[in-house]
Ligand binder design. Structure first.
Ligand code: SF4
Ligand code: MG
Length: 337
């Protein structure tokens, strides 16, 4: 298979004491080998839940995979493998980079040990081999004096260096799939740019396919080849970076493009927030989930959820405005090309 990942109609819910939250409501996408795919959307849109479900990092219960499939590397059905097998896959074929390295690094263990642990446990490397790999990987992520750094603890590193360590841990097992969830959000702007450069470089140097979850369109523009826009647990638009930035079709994408700060844009004064809030996913609306916030909403929008319209081989969007009989609307002038 050309695809490292094929997600089809994935549905994930959370049971809570007041009812069931439908966090992911039928998400489909694929990731090609060697590709960098960005998932964007407001918080609560289901992007992190989707990623964590792919890695089976959310405990079940409370999370329940309600349907769909996640095919990894053309052969492993992630929704069906045992926890034990999944642990092995996570230690050898998938890696994850989180927003805040402090919460995912072990403060009581040296950085060297944290990098080599998984190599020894899941890949059967001898300590010397694992140490050698750790030194290589620390160099690869731009940490100088790797020998000295190996024996240090996370608190002895700066925020940016800790993020590099976390990337090193994720890459040490030479994963086929790397998922980075808001990898730069907790860092200051200069360090953010350095980490993005690093990840971009790594995506070219290593074989790993990458999913980057972000709300920063600068990160998308710098790193990704394709983008998925999620809203209220669904994919509302997907396309190449150029299609999404220069020819976006979904009103929610228009809103996002106008509302999100970008690393490569100086002025924040031109930002226009999207009014309103996303719908309650305890009881999602039956029509388009964006209807309550959409300036173009029509009668059909509230009644029937639109299917995706294919716009090119790579571009599709789910909006009634794309129906041949829909009124023609102009997208906001400041959006697109
Ligand atoms: Fe707006 Fe209707 Fe399109 Fe939804 S389907 S985004 S409500 S125009
Ligand atoms: Mg998140």
């Amino acid at each position: 298979s050309q695809n490292i990942l094929e997600v089809k109609d994935l549905k994930v819910s959370f049971s809570t004491y007041v009812g069931e939250v439908q966090a992911v409501r039928g998400v489909s996408f694929h990731l090609k080998k060697g590709e960098v795919l960005a998932i964007v959307g407001e918080s609560g849109c289901g992007k992190s839940v989707t990623a964590q479900t792919i890695m089976r990092l959310i405990p079940s219960p409370p999370s329940v995979i309600k349907g769909g499939s996640i095919l990894f590397d053309g052969k492993t059905e992630i929704t069906k493998v045992s926890n034990r097998q999944m642990e092995k896959i996570r230690g050898s074929e998938m890696g994850m980079i989180f927003q805040d390295p402090m919460t995912s690094l072990n403060p009581t263990m040296t950085v060297g040990k944290q990098i080599t642990e998984g190599l020894i446990k899941h890949q059967g490397l001898k300590k010397e081999e694992a140490d050698k790999r750790a030194l290589e990987i620390l160099k690869l992520v731009g940490i100088s004096n790797p020998e000295g750094r190996m024996v240090q603890y996370p608190h002895e590193f700066s925020g940016g260096m800790r993020q590099r360590v976390m990337i090193a841990i994720a890459l040490a097992c030479r994963p086929k799939l790397l998922i980075a969830d808001e990898p730069t959000t907790a860092l200051d702007v200069t360090i953010q740019a350095q980490i993005i450069d690093l990840m971009k470089e790594l995506s070219e140097k290593t074989e790993a396919s990458i999913i980057v979850i972000t709300h920063d369109l600068g990160v998308v523009a710098e790193m990704a080849q394709r983008v998925i826009v999620m809203y209220a647990g669904k994919v509302v638009e997907q396309g190449t970076v150029d299609e999404l930035f220069y020819d976006p079709k979904h009103p929610y994408t228009w809103g996002l493009l106008r509302s999100i700060p970008r690393l490569d844009q100086e002025k924040e004064s031109d930002l226009v927030p999207i009014p309103g809030t996303p719908p309650d996913l305890f009881a999602p609306p039956k029509g388009c989930a964006f209807a309550a916030r959409c300036p173009y909403a029509m009668k059909a929008c509230v009644e029937v959820d639109p299917e995706h319209t294919t716009l090119s081989e790579t571009h599709s969007a789910a909006c009634w405005l794309l129906h041949p009989d829909a009124p023609k609307v102009e997208r906001p002038v400041e959006v697109g090309g």
